[in-house]
Every structure is written in C-alpha cells, then in structure tokens.
Ligand binder design. Sequence first.
Ligand SMILES: [Zn+2]
Ligand SMILES: [Zn+2]
Length: 152
Amino acid sequence: MAATRQRSIPARLDSAAKACAARGARLTELRRQVLALMLDSDGPLTAYQLLDRLREMRERAVPPTVYRALDFLMEQRLIHKVERLNAFMPCSDTGHDHPAQFLICRQCGRVAEIEDRVAAEALEHAAERQGFHARSAVVEIDGTCAACFHRA
Ligand SMILES: [Zn+2]
Ligand SMILES: [Zn+2]
C-alpha cells in the first residue's frame, strides 16, 4: 500500500546498496531488480511469482537466478521470508538483524512487519525457563488487518 511506504523505491534501493557496500557486498543489477519487485508489491511474493515478474525484464531468468538473489538479500537482511506463506517481503527497516513479528492478513494477503522487542524478549525468557537456548524467534500471526476488519 502506497501510504505505508515511507520512502520511494529508488531511495530504498539506494540505501540498500549502501548497506551492502558497508558490509563489503555488492547489490548487483539483478539483486537490485529482485528487491525492486518486492518493494513494488503490495504483499509478499513467492519465488515463482518473482521469477514471472523478473522474466519481463530478463527473459532467460531461471529459478536458481531468483533463489541466489533471495539468499543474498536475506543474508544482507534486506528481506524476510514469511514461512507460513513461503514468500518473501522487504524488511521495513533496512539492513540490521532484529526480532520480527509478522501480522498476516488472510483476507487481503498483506503482511505487516512489527518489531516488538518486549514480545521478543518475553519469548526468549520463556524459552530460557525451559533451559532452551533460542537462536531466533520469528512470530507469524494470522488474522485480519484493520482495513479488512472494518470493511467487513
Ligand atoms: Zn525486518
Ligand atoms: Zn487485510
């Protein structure tokens, strides 16, 4: 949704390129195109949806082309994978590691990313009480977004 985008796509691509460069990595033209497709989408995209869109610009793109770009973008923490949907979306906050919770709307397919440290810490502590050493805690919450809820 346009209203939720704080900055333009070119500006976000530029800051992604800078974040990569600061880590000694390069946001190549292909990686940039894949990221741009995600920034331009209203909801998360699967690898095959990305491939279809990428083929409009690169006829010879094949699944590994997309998977390699996705791996790079995840490594650079520019995108997230929403496991429940097996789909990818840009991180709302370029390039740092952070606990994430996703609100997945089953009506419109949009996914909002929230970054609630209190919730993340509560989960970590709950795990610790079981003697469990948590590595990551990504929470995916299913439901209905505010817009869909009020429309109903
Ligand atoms: Zn994020
Ligand atoms: Zn919705």
